[in-house]
Design a protein around this ligand. Sequence first.
Ligand code: S3P
Length: 428
Amino acid sequence: MTRVEPAGSFVGHLGVPGDKSISHRAVLIGALAGGETHVRGFGRSADTQSTIDAVRALGVQVDDLADDELVVHGVGLRGLQALDEPIDAGNAGTLMRLLTGILAGQEGRFEVTGDESLRTRPMDRIAEPLKRMGARIDTANGLPPVVIQGSATLKGIEYALPVASAQVKSAVLLAALNAKRQTTVVEPMPTRDHTELMLEAAGAQVRRTPGSVSVEPGGSLRLPEVAVPGDFSSAAPFIVAATLLAGSELTLHGVGLNPRRTGLLDVLERMGARISIFNRSKVGGEMIGDIDVRSAELTATDVDPGEVPRLVDELPLFALAAGSARGVSHLTGAEELRLKETDRIETVTNGLRALGVRIQARDDGFEVRGVPTRPVGGRMPSDGDHRIAILAAVAGIVSREGTDVEGADSVAISFPGFFDLLDSVSRR
Ligand code: S3P
């Protein structure tokens, strides 16, 4: 149990660790490239360490130059080596899904498994399109472990994603690198496009329209450098806390601002938040910038289905912000939250209700009756879910009495230095 005391305000400057989605991709795509990939700003966490361990097990040399810097010695598009033991993806859904796409086109048999939480998460969503490409993929009734009998003769397909998922899109696009002809993925709504951007940077032939992305097989990839932006999802807890704490003045530096990730900024601005962005630039196709946050009084808003993919991992924090906003807020079209590391509709609503927030679960989201005061606080379980542990800690910071966070060590899945950074900007 970790005790989080309320703060008076958040003041200062900080940088957050490198983006988790982009860090996974840098290691995986670096492994498939020819030559070395030098990754700077790598976001080291339990999840991204699982990715390094997985590619090492597949015969790829990865040199750790520093906590946030590494060199991946790529083995080429078909150079991964089969192994007898299962690959352990730990808690990382992104790793399990993207790696399965990659392994579909490698020679040999591979098994990918994960921890207790990951073994409850749906893998039929990747098995289905990959089988259409001619891969042999077996799951345990749609769940991990995933067994891949790699095939050198994958076909290109046209695939309309049944759910808006960047992980599924990416699994198909990575398999497409080793297919016989072009593959196109059509998205119901735009999801994060880090895979497309990094493949383009690596010289793959990628064609994009507003609703689709196509990858042409063949050739080889070269990805000499990746500069990973700060993780917007790790900046988000600080943005919400600084907004809610009167007198806050917080600046976050070098944060990734890919527009498919920053839906929380739009939602908070609609609620009256005072957020400004400056020093914008682009690295490796990814937007980056500094974010200035001042405290503000919020009013309620609705988050609609079309917006959900742009803030899918920040919806727990939206619930907390809505709890202190004037009026009733709704989230709809977010049934995907039930399939994350925990059922986040349940863990968010039960957890925040225990702290005094008036929130009700719905099948596809929640309803929050906001009161413009601090929540009371109390005890909140994380159920081993890193985003819920972070939510519980931020709730403690903005509460009257603080929180006792059960399972707080799960923050290390995405953000090992979270509590230290929290302390560094908290003013009592
Ligand atoms: C991710 C995609 C999202 C997100 C996850 C990371 C990625 O999942 O929730 O934390 O890196 O592609 P889905 O693709 O399942 O929506």
